[in-house]
Design a protein around this ligand. Sequence first.
Ligand SMILES: Cc1ncc(COP(=O)(O)O)c(C=O)c1O
Length: 407
Amino acid sequence: MEQKPIKKFTKDFTQQEPIADEAIDRVMQILRSGRIHRYNVAGGELSEASLLEREFADYLGVKFCLTCASCGMAMYLALKSAGVKKGDTILCNSFTLAPVPGAIHNAGGKIELVEITEDYTVDLQDLEKKAADPSTKWFLISHMRGHLTDMEKVVDICQRHEVVLIEDCAHTMGASWNSRKSGTFGKIACFSTQTYKHLNSGEGGLLTTNDPEIIAKAILYSGSYMLFDRHLSRPKTDVFEQFKKQIPNYSCRMDNMRAAILRYQLKHLDNQCKRWNERYQLMEQELNKIKWISCPRRPQEEYYVGSSIQFSLNEQGTSAIQEFISKLLQRGVEIKWFGNVEPVGFTSAYSNWEYLGALPVLENTDRILAGMCDMRIPLTFDLDDCQLITQIIADVATEVFENQSNS
Ligand SMILES: Cc1ncc(COP(=O)(O)O)c(C=O)c1O
């Protein structure tokens, strides 16, 4: 009998789209001018960083924005500017990535992790319980891999317990809950423009808020060299007066080249989000047909941006999952696994953050992460690529898991 040819996928899961010529041209102009630093402007010139701040604040519908060196630094500045003191308890959902506990550690906070649900969102019962502790003043919610929790409920819990909400929107730029943009629910929001995010400047972060004192402090912390009047997205200069000698310079600004690349991309963000979702929805539909796999439920209120996809392998043991992942890799499909005991690439579980000391065990999180797989969906993949990838996953799942159940 003739053997069916083994399908292989050959594209790279880390390959983003190229930077557009228009943005490259602008970067070349900046390079030729030599004025790369955000405060290095010729008479009357507005820096790219300042313009991006105004444009991103307008996009989000908030008053203020500050560009930063990374989202990790934006989160650090957010915590410092909100008033976190050494030893303060900061709640954070247990499904997130290393820069989030890193920012909490950097700000001197004590992390308290909140359980997650089967849909990878925050467990609201656990949040309610932990927010009710009178020593808890902060909640840094991480909309990890773009999964939005019911934000009205989150805000309600935080308000009732007087907990300040800060949003990590590294994976939800362009997303919304009940038509309200992600990043407008908390007192401060932080976004990433690192290569794998929805805008790509290699590295970069954006901090947004409506609070004039918070933005003034964040601008000072970011390292404004007392040139805060060159920002367009800022309150009156007298708001800075009370803090300018009190706040250290942590030097984590963004430069004009990155800002120029981002200004161009921002104009196309909403369309890019639609392209991601076409790919996500095709994959979700195909993956959900596979007996051993389930994708999380996405509530109607959520407008997500499917730049990656996660799914659970139902009731499979460690060795079967390892075999599944390695066989997929042999066929060119790169899947990350949050159940891995060792942190690999862009995955890590809370048990790996040993620098935080011994953290209480979270049974639900452990069970959910044990079966959770994660796959990037770069826009360099077209719909046929997505179809082929899910077909390979279906073939490999049958090969590995069917054998397991027969043995
Ligand atoms: C959930 C989450 N939050 C924050 C960040 C931090 O982003 P950055 O790399 O810009 O510091 C990342 C980075 O991958 C992330 O995945």
